[in-house]
Design a protein around this ligand. Structure first.
Ligand code: GLN
Length: 541
């Protein structure tokens, strides 16, 4: 019988529900149990694909081309899973399905209501994931904060699931902020108590409460949380601030949370093995070296916009015993004052992330040029790849007005152009080239040395690509396309053989990067940054 674990949050959003959900999964996994995780997003968008990363954080892309919430990235990284679109449920998706059924006549003669039609749809979707993934436990994180209007149908659905699945097969975990007051340095549990009350008003009594606080809660706070939450003291845990997010499962497990959950859900006594995870965490916490990386982007003000890239760099760092120090630079700063690019020489590497639209592209290209001309390690991802092609066309091939038609529709030299199948596409939702596609890697290239395979599968999210009309010119001037789509018509990887490390990909390696198993392009970049800093010759992988 599959077990359902539900995670809700209180007081305010961003209390780390995603990390907590991933950590619970990890505690079960390290005891030999199979798990999967679902993220519920109560917004009305059908998926995260049409949202601005600056407001919502990055859009995480799954193998099957889902444009999902970034928490799926945490689940995949912590639990080493490859999830599917179905693991992200939104209000938009649920209502769309219910309305389609109504139009089809599935509910003929009846009045379609939130309870039972919408709640049934939600429960069916959670159960369908459980069935398809064949696991011991399904973790479901409800986004937002308890009490939000949008979240109510979802909370009602998970409330009903206890009745239908049974007490021993369901577990409610509630996490809420316990702040420390500046003035008195006191832990304040009152907001948490209110959020538990709010949850109970909806009909859900939590089984476990996690206090999210800057420091470990004291006995007094624990007692209060247990008393007012109506749970035993050994069901209260604390997720306090740690140096690395990857420590969270360890600190919660030390408090007995893994054992508590297993007992409560009737999983038999199990030996737990955190060795692999601890090895990775140790590497993160005890680096021998440090590299400074300039991330030149357009959403640089919100670190969540680049969370998977950040983590992939850190995975690469852990593999090289290197601390990654990232400085976020707004690309437009370089456009306003070109002299500012000089500051880039103080960095060990220059990284250009994904992006959309014209804003900041000239500044990004200034940074790419600086990396190319000063032999500074460079990694470009997606837009970073396309802009590297434009910069090369302009400054090496002499096509001064080269551009992408995304930036300048009337450019005389559209070296980057809309993919043919994108012409005529009207709907913006879920219509990019998405998800994992096969790529053929050329032998005797940096790409081959890094991937050690002539066939790889990487995740994509783009509408534009290298225009084949310019291939000859680009190649003649020394740009090597070392990875291509299976039909050879889509350029996927570029490199400059004479440069210390100049590498970019049309795909997003960060989505497949895992703790202890860094993605090759990120690993290669970090290693190059470190080697160059240590004065070593050009890296061989
Ligand atoms: N804007 C570019 C495109 O649509 C790049 C997308 C990206 O960086 N993910 O092709």
């Amino acid at each position: 019988m599959v077990k359902y674990i539900f995670v809700t949050g209180g007081v305010l959003s961003s209390v780390g529900k995603g990390i907590l959900t991933s950590s619970i999964g990890k505690m079960l996994q390290t005891r030999g149990l199979k798990v999967t995780a679902i993220k519920i997003d109560p917004y009305v968008n059908v998926d995260a694909g049409t949202m601005n990363p600056y407001m919502h954080g990055e859009v995480y892309v799954t193998d099957d081309g889902g444009e999902t919430d970034l928490d799926l990235g945490w689940y995949e990284r912590f639990l080493d899973l490859n999830l599917r679109k179905e693991n992200n449920i939104t209000t938009g998706l649920v209502y769309k399905a219910v309305i389609e059924k109504e139009r089809r006549g599935d509910f003929l003669g009846r009045c379609v209501q939130i309870v039972p039609h919408v709640t049934n749809e939600i429960k069916n979707r959670i159960r369908a994931v459980a069935k398809a993934s064949n696991v011991d436990a399904v973790l479901t994180e409800v986004g937002g904060t308890v009490g939000d209007i949008e979240g109510l149908p979802f909370l009602e659905a998970i409330r009903q699931m206890r009745l239908e699945e049974g007490f021993e097969n369901t577990l409610y975990v509630h996490v809420a902020l316990v702040p420390v007051l500046d003035v008195t340095k006191e832990l304040k549990t009152k907001p948490l108590q209110h959020s538990v009350n709010e949850l109970r008003r909806i009909g859900i009594q939590p089984d476990i409460i996690v206090a999210r606080s800057p420091k470990m809660i004291d006995a007094e706070a624990l007692r209060k949380i247990a008393l007012f939450g109506t749970i035993p003291e050994n069901a209260v845990f604390c997720s306090y601030n740690v140096e690395s997010i990857y420590q969270v499962p360890l600190i919660l497990d030390e408090q007995g949370m893994g054992e508590f959950i297993c007992k409560r859900l009737g999983f038999s006594e199990r030996k737990q093995d955190f060795r692999e995870w601890k090895k990775f965490v140790d590497a993160v916490l005890n680096p021998e070296y440090e590299v400074k990386i300039a991330l030149v982007g357009k959403y640089a003000g919100l670190a969540d916009s680049y969370v998977s890239m950040n983590e992939a760099l850190r995975h690469g760092g852990a593999a090289c015993k290197t601390k990654i120090n990232i400085t976020y630079i707004e690309a437009e700063e370089f456009e306003k004052d070109p002299k500012k690019t000089e500051a880039l020489k103080d960095f060990d590497g220059i990284f250009i992330p994904y992006g959309f639209g014209p804003r900041g592209t000239e500044g990004k290209m200034m940074a790419i040029r600086f990396a190319r001309e000063n032999n500074i390690p460079f990694l470009g991802i997606c837009y970073g790849f396309q802009l590297a092609v434009i910069e090369f066309a302009r400054n090496v091939c002499g096509l001064k007005e080269a551009n992408s038609t995304e930036i300048e529709p009337n450019t005389p030299n559209p070296v980057i152009d809309l993919m043919p199948e994108q012409r005529g596409v009207e709907y913006k939702g879920a219509t990019m080239r998405l998800g994992a596609h096969k790529i053929l890697v050329e032998p005797n290239t940096i790409a081959y040395a890094l991937y050690k395979s002539s066939e790889i599968y990487e995740r994509h999210r783009h509408r534009f690509e290298v225009n084949l009309d310019y291939l000859k010119t680009l190649k003649e001037h020394g740009l090597v396309f070392s990875g291509k789509s299976t039909d050879g018509r889509r350029m996927e990887i570029l490199e400059l053989p004479d440069h210390y490390f100049f590498f970019a990909s049309q795909f997003h390696g960060e989505f497949k990067s895992r703790p202890g198993r860094p993605d090759p392009e990120y690993y290669g970049f970090v290693k190059a940054c470190l080697d160059r800093k240590l004065g070593k010759p050009k890296p061989e992988f």
